[in-house]
Design a protein around this ligand. Structure first.
Ligand SMILES: Nc1ncnc2c1ncn2[C@@H]1O[C@H](COP(=O)(O)OP(=O)(O)OP(=O)(O)O)[C@@H](O)[C@H]1O
Length: 290
């Protein structure tokens, strides 16, 4: 299991379990309707243990819907999802799964300290009491995202990027083996982007399996082994990351980041999706969906 303990240089205390060949995520022919609209239309996705997979696609292509379905937040209309070999439901070992939702002020209105938000990540399923040693787990998780000195800050006293890091720490405090993140760096400040990339580098080195929704590979490009691209709720690419193109991030790039705070948007050096089935900078599914 990936650990947040600090007794090794990478932050891992316990080695990950041997890969038994069962994928961390296995989704087959997943369909989701929201309201009257078919949002996912037969998605297949396998994420093997230790893989780092980026989920890409234009605004409205269904990325958030897919990850929310994979972690059981949204019900699939049809198809199946297995996590660690268990169909979604009570049999899934949820303690092994960390989920970081899109920020969208998820913690901004919560009158809690960073430490309290992180500690809430230790409560899941039928666990309604904090486990023994929770304070050190919380401290380690905050340390891992570079916010050990902000533990007692109210979340509204933190920047957007720091709030996002608190959410990541909340997912990490469970010492998950699988981390699912929905646009973790959209609209966050540069120091938080860099802190996030450094955190992910350590976690991946320790064997963490990662599925991350991104608009751009950005600072995570060196870690990403596979890219899955959604378009109109279908997978249109599943394979190697697209070739980097110079110049992306300039004025021509107008991909909308609806969750970004306008004053804190940063455009990292990134990787442009190729033409063809991939997103175009000015393309949103809402505009082109049939
Ligand atoms: N609750 C809902 N009811 C009806 N339609 C919805 C609902 N939530 C999302 N949708 C629609 O589903 C489609 C996919 O949305 P989703 O948020 O999954 O896309 P996305 O690829 O994550 O987009 P973005 O990059 O903008 O976050 C969009 O057309 C959106 O308008």
């Amino acid at each position: 299991m990936t650990s947040l303990a600090t007794d090794s240089p990478s932050g891992a205390g316990t080695p990950p379990p041997p890969d038994d060949g069962v994928p961390a995520i296995e989704a087959r022919d997943v369909h989701v309707r929201l309201g009257a609209s078919p949002v996912l239309r037969g998605v297949d996705l396998t994420v093997r243990r230790g893989e780092v997979v980026a989920l890409l696609g234009a605004n409205g292509s269904g990325k958030s819907t897919l990850v929310r379905t994979l972690v059981g937040v949204l019900p699939a209309t049809a198809g199946s999802v297995h996590l660690f070999g268990h169909a979604l439901g009570n049999d899934v070992p949820w303690a092994r799964v960390g989920y970081v939702p899109q920020r969208v002020s998820a913690v901004a209105g919560v009158p809690s300290t960073a430490a309290e938000v992180v500690a809430s990540g230790l409560l899941h399923g039928r666990r309604l009491r904090l486990p023994r040693g929770w304070r050190s787990s919380v401290r380690e998780a905050l340390d891992l995202v570079g916010l050990a000195d902000r533990a007692r800050y109210a979340t509204h006293q933190l920047s957007g990027g720091q709030q996002q890091r608190v959410l990541i720490a909340r997912a990490l405090v469970r010492r998950p083996e699988l981390l699912v993140l929905d646009e973790p760096v959209a609209g966050v400040d540069r120091p938080s982007q860099e802190a996030f990339a450094a955190t992910m580098t350590r976690l991946v080195a320790d064997g963490m399996t990662v599925l991350v929704v991104l608009h751009e590979l950005g600072e995570l490009a060196p870690l990403v082994q596979r890219c899955v691209v959604l378009r109109h709720g279908k997978v249109v690419h599943d394979g190697a990351p697209p070739t980097p193109r110079p110049g992306h991030g300039g004025e021509a790039h107008e991909h909308v980041h609806p969750h970004a705070h306008p004053r804190t948007v940063q455009r990292p050096e990134d990787v442009r999706l190729a033409d063809g089935p991939f997103e175009r900078p000015d393309d949103t599914e809402d505009e082109v969906a049939r």
